[in-house]
Design a protein around this ligand. Structure first.
Ligand code: NAP
Ligand code: MG
Length: 498
């Protein structure tokens, strides 16, 4: 097991025995005693072992979360809860460079990615939801009863939350769930993705260090088919907050039916990005290209279907191909890397499967189209940024979520046509528009059927802005006041006063 990296940056957290489960404030091995490996996708090396939890550990974690919910957490005053969240935000910010290295070696996100992805941005979500803690309030309601009755509402936490997250952006994946849980007064059992659990374990250490009461946050590492399935079927879980694939989201809805637990889902997408003939190509080309290539395309909102108005189609393709060829693909710890590896060997096989499928369906790879194995990329899971042309909407590469650095660039002739083609998908997570015409911008913002539309930009996030999917991209929102509502119940109180 190696704790140094090709760029010789030691990560002490990786030393020592296997990472344990956090249950009721105590660290313990899995009941089964089993562990599973974490692999660095830049090198294929095993960098750590983690406890492989199962249904027995889930039972213990849910019992701890229930006890904390009924006990100390319920009586923690709002200002105390807020102070704990702000302390956690400070602790995450202080540890951010370390978390960033863990994220880089565990899932492959380049350390040198855009400056917007810094500590301030990551911890903002904790600070934003900390602000809400003292503002969760009900209403006094003017009823029309023929006798005097006081009616008012109380806003109460839903209870024990099972949070199940993917691997594609570990720091954000954890904090986007943790923040509204703590703000609302719920407790949680978190199950990170098996491919990238180290960040969740480190953030759990910070949770205990800042004094958040035992059992409020529990972490059970392990697999979806065991830990995930046990959580979603468990009768004592009040809500599942899930981010991941649409197929697993459907399984979760079925599993949740037993006790009708509340379910929110942030699922996949096949988002359109529309480049109009009047767009500023100097911005649209890098904007649309990085809208799909960033994080090696492993983003739920990746703008994978790029529709370009016919008069500028060839110019756009030529410029995008040139840009794709210049993007530096490399190890995640190399500061000059723009595009890291995909997360795992399995993901590599999935993506290269689509790279083979494209030409078989009649598409042409004008950039990339293959795995990269030159030099020190040989043992990692690297894919060349790929642009397919000669694509039609019915091809699988244009319909299915690839979750790799693969763009389909297609021409269009009219706005009506591109709206219809953009919306001809079962997903509805995001969409992009590049235009200088204010009417076109507003029209497309209204007509695209998706939870987010970005105009003359792409992939922007802020804790105040709700993020969620239409149709098969999900139920509910992350961020913004809408997200907090999903962790709260409304109780109506009637008091006859005569
Ligand atoms: P995934 O396969 O659906 O896994 C997501 C999580 O669910 C993992 O923790 C997984 O555990 C767990 N899981 C698997 N089977 C389960 C089951 N039967 N019951 C309960 N939990 C189960 O997704 P992924 O491959 O990790 O992530 C990629 C997908 O996430 C893409 O579709 C992407 O679009 C979506 N995503 C959406 C958003 C959004 O906000 N909309 C953000 C990021 C990603 P294991 O991995 O340990 O098996
Ligand atoms: Mg890993």
């Amino acid at each position: 097991m190696s704790t140094t990296t090709p760029t010789d940056r030691p990560i002490p957290f990786l030393d020592g025995p296997p990472k344990e489960l956090l249950i009721g404030g105590a660290w313990s091995a899995a009941d089964s005693g089993r562990t599973f490996p974490s692999v660095n996708p830049s090198t294929g090396e095993v960098i750590a072992e983690l406890a492989e939890g199962d249904a027995t550990d889930v039972d213990r974690a849910i019992a701890a979360a229930r006890a904390a919910f009924e006990g100390p957490w319920r009586t923690t005053r709002p200002v105390q809860r807020q102070a704990l969240m702000l302390a956690l935000a400070d602790a995450v910010a202080a540890d951010f460079e370390h978390l960033r290295l863990l994220e880089a070696v565990d899932m492959g996100l380049p350390v040198g990615r855009s400056p917007g992805a810094g500590a301030d941005f990551a911890v903002q979500v904790l600070r934003y939801f900390a602000g809400w803690v003292t503002k969760i309030q009900g209403d006094t309601l003017p009823n029309s009863m023929p006798f005097p009755v006081l009616t008012y509402t109380l806003r109460e936490p839903v209870g024990v939350v099972a949070a199940i997250i993917p691997w594609n952006s570990p720091i954000s994946n954890v904090l986007w769930k943790l923040a509204p849980v703590l703000a609302s007064g719920c407790t949680m059992v978190l199950k990170p993705a098996e491919q990238a659990s180290l960040v969740a374990v480190r953030i759990a250490e910070l949770v205990t260090e800042v004094g958040i009461p035992d059992g409020v946050v529990n972490v059970v590492t392990g697999f979806g088919s065991t830990v995930g399935a046990a959580l979603t079927a468990h009768p004592d879980v009040d809500k599942v907050a899930f981010t991941g694939s649409t197929a697993v989201g459907q399984e979760i809805v079925r599993a949740a039916a037993g006790n009708l637990k509340r379910v929110t889902l942030e699922l996949g997408g096949k988002s359109p990005d529309i480049v109009c003939a009047d767009a500023d190509l100097g911005r649209a080309v890098p904007g649309a290209a990085m809208g799909v290539f960033a994080n090696s395309g492993q983003a739920c909102c990746a703008g994978t279907r790029i529709y370009v108005e016919r008069p500028i189609y060839q110019d756009f393709v030529d410029a995008a191909v040139e840009l794709a060829g210049k993007l530096r693909v490399g190890h995640s710890l190399d500061p000059s890397t723009r595009i890291g590896p995909v997360v795992s060997e399995q993901q590599l096989e999935r993506v290269t499967g689509y790279l083979d499928l494209g030409p078989a369906e009649g598409a042409t790879a004008v950039a990339g189209g293959h795995r990269l194995t030159d030099g020190d990329l040989a043992d990692g899971y690297f894919v060349a940024p790929t642009i397919f042309t000669d694509v039609t909407d019915d091809m699988r590469i244009a319909r299915e979520e690839i979750f790799g650095p693969v763009a389909c660039v297609m021409p269009f002739d009219t706005i009506d046509e591109v709206v219809a083609r953009s919306n001809a998908t079962s997903y509805g997570l995001a969409g992009g528009v590049w235009t200088r015409d204010v009417s076109t911008a507003h029209r497309l913002a209204q007509e695209l059927r998706s939870g987010t539309v970005w105009v003359n930009t792409y992939n922007l996030f802020d804790p105040v802005v709700p993020f969620g999917g239409y149709r098969m991209s999900g139920w509910g929102h992350e961020c913004g006041p809408d997200a907090l509502d999903q962790y709260l119940n409304t109780k109506a109180v009637w008091i006859r006063t005569d």
